[in-house]
Design a protein around this ligand. Structure first.
Ligand code: AQP
Length: 336
């Protein structure tokens, strides 16, 4: 039997931050040899919020280069750009016509982001999870490695696949594979540096709320120095009264590679004045190899373009096959 297939993506809506890395990309890298992987830069999703046309293309390249810099290995994985494979948009339309609208209005992320967009909330924001379902189902993915915040969207993807199979392949082998989320406990929800109850997010207007993967050492130092803490001495995990403490200790644990027990022991008598420089140093060291590899990849644009071309060709072959099966099941005639 061949390998199972994994699919995931990140939006080019700004620099990747530690949440994107620890919640998603690090897991892609660690599991990649077990699967046949498709990693996408989801630039169609990126325009569901106001965006800058002048930087969309360069942001897309930055994310693709960061995938390579974080350790995506082309022996196991393909990297491509969502808008380069037109089947994503086409399947979204077909799925729109079988998805009840209340499934979408119930999505937590839609409700949260719609509040922020106010009266200008666009249809794309509501439709975001249908596009995400099309992304995943086109590749007949078995596994979708994501952070905790995407769990509800993944459930919707599964519901759309089930509904399609039930309505249009009844009594026949299912056309769409129903995928499973792959959410690791560690790093699944990295919180804002300014509020330990809010997730670290690219769209947070406060730059100090997140550590970007490309932040230079002096910026990391400043952000950690200013991040929110509390008045207590002795650092502890899992205290609901100390969400910032739990988040910062968790980051230290993952980035240092130490166990939870070892970190709990190390932190039990520490004050913030001692812990913050330790966390800063650990973060700078952990991000250094990613930053160096990123610089190397960006000096060879031709190489990056060839990676994306190769990824698009492989993705398109699979995506078009699924799209044709879906269209045939819906009763469409094929072009002559
Ligand atoms: N704080 C987080 N902790 C753990 N995982 C996270 N992810 C995002 N934030 C965290 C995971 O990163 C992947 C890519 O996310 P995305 O850029 O496509 O969209 P997002 O989830 O909307 O990311 P942001 O940074 O929060 O962007 P905005 O601010 O635009 O909403 C996903 O697997 C996600 O789970």
């Amino acid at each position: 039997m061949g390998k199972q297939r994994a699919f995931s993506g990140v939006q080019p809506t700004g620099n990747l931050h530690l949440g994107n890395y620890l919640g998603a990309i690090r897991n892609w890298v660690e599991g990649q040899s077990q699967y046949e992987n498709f990693f996408c830069v989801v630039d169609l999703h990126a325009i569901t919020a106001p965006h800058n046309p002048a930087t969309l293309a360069s942001d897309t390249y930055t994310i693709a280069a960061l995938y390579l810099a974080c350790g995506i290995d082309l022996e196991y994985s393909k990297i491509f750009v969502q808008s380069h494979v037109s089947a994503h948009s086409e399947l979204t339309w077909l799925f729109n016509c079988i998805t009840p609208i209340n499934w979408l209005t119930d999505m937590i992320q839609f409700k949260e982001k719609a509040v922020r967009q106010g009266e200008n909330v666009n249809t794309g924001l509501l439709d975001y999870p249908v596009l995400m379902a099309a992304d995943i189902l086109l590749y007949q993915a078995d596994k979708v490695p994501v952070g905790e915040d995407q769990k509800q969207h993944l459930e919707l993807t599964r519901d759309i696949a089930d509904r399609f199979n039930y309505q249009f392949a009844k009594g026949k082998p299912p056309i769409l594979k129903v995928p499973d989320p792959l959410i690791r406990k560690e790093g699944a929800r990295v919180m804002s540096l300014m509020d330990g109850t809010k997730k670290m997010s690219k769209s947070d207007p406060a730059e100090g709320s997140r550590i970007n993967l490309l932040d230079p050492p002096d910026v990391i130092q400043k952000k950690i120095k200013r991040c929110k803490t509390d008045m207590e001495r002795g650092l502890t995990f899992d205290d609901p009264e100390r969400p910032e403490c739990n988040n910062l200790l968790g980051l230290y644990m993952i980035l240092s590679g130490k166990t939870k027990e070892a970190v709990a022991e190390e932190g039990q008598d520490m004050g913030w004045g001692q812990f913050k420089p330790l966390l800063t140093e650990t973060m700078i060291e952990a991000l250094k190899p990613i930053q160096e590899k990123y610089q190397a990849v960006m000096t060879d644009k031709g190489y990056l373009e060839s990676v994306l071309r190769d990824g698009r060709e492989a993705a398109e072959a699979i995506a078009n096959e699924t799209l044709n099966q879906v269209k045939a099941a819906l009763g469409y005639s094929m072009p002559l």
